[in-house]
Design a protein around this ligand. Structure first.
Ligand code: SF4
Length: 195
């Protein structure tokens, strides 16, 4: 994982390399049970090189704490590893350039649960596994079993809201909390199961 982060740090595969201060490869234990995947780094993440350190990060830490997990127990990353200027959504071609890094991280981590957070991350992950994506609303909170490779261990994709949703839509907090309760239930269910 460290050598992958090193390669990401010098990556110039897409235009986002021109405006970044630092790459944000992600952090957490290797291997891990839960891999949380956001859209892309924001300003504070770009400055620090660490994922989810801004306001959304504080919300995420609180959601994890509520279900008995700490940040240190999960791997946190994003679909693109460099900040899109002005926090715009990453473009399709930027995601396509960067997704091989996420693929390599998934292979290294071999998580039980992949948790794409928000529409952009869900769409990218569903595309990666060939799962139809009618709309975020229709897939949110449902479990999608997948295998990273033929004969490989089964993982579950569990789409959830992005933690930043409550910064512009405070009533969404209860839906977000419900998503993380589902994550805890999913983890409890899978941990009793042979891989
Ligand atoms: S976003 Fe990804 S593909 Fe683009 S320059 Fe950064 S690390 Fe490379």
């Amino acid at each position: 994982m460290a050598s992958l982060a090193n390669r990401i740090s010098t990556c110039r595969r897409c235009d986002l390399c021109a405006s970044r201060a630092r790459t944000v490869p992600g952090e957490g234990p290797v291997p891990c049970l839960i891999m949380l995947i956001g859209e892309g780094p924001g300003r504070k993440e770009d400055e620090s090189g660490r994922p989810f350190v801004g306001r959304a990060g504080a919300i995420l830490s609180g959601l994890l704490r509520d279900i008995g997990l700490s940040r240190e127990e999960v791997f946190i990353t994003s679909v693109v590893k460099c900040r899109p200027p002005g926090n715009r959504a990453p473009k399709r071609e930027e995601i396509a350039s960067c997704i091989p890094y996420l693929d390599q991280q998934i292979a290294l981590l071999s998580p039980l649960i992949l948790v794409p957070m928000g529409r952009i991350a869900v769409s990218a992950i569903f595309g990666r596994y060939g799962i139809p994506f009618p709309s975020f609303k229709e897939v949110r909170g449902r479990r999608y079993p997948v295998r990273d490779r033929e004969g490989g261990p089964e993982m579950v994709i569990l789409p959830v809201y992005h933690p930043a949703v409550i910064t512009h839509n405070p009533p969404a907090r209860s839906a977000l909390e419900e998503d993380f309760r589902r994550l805890a239930e999913c983890l409890d269910g899978l941990q009793g199961k042979d891989r």
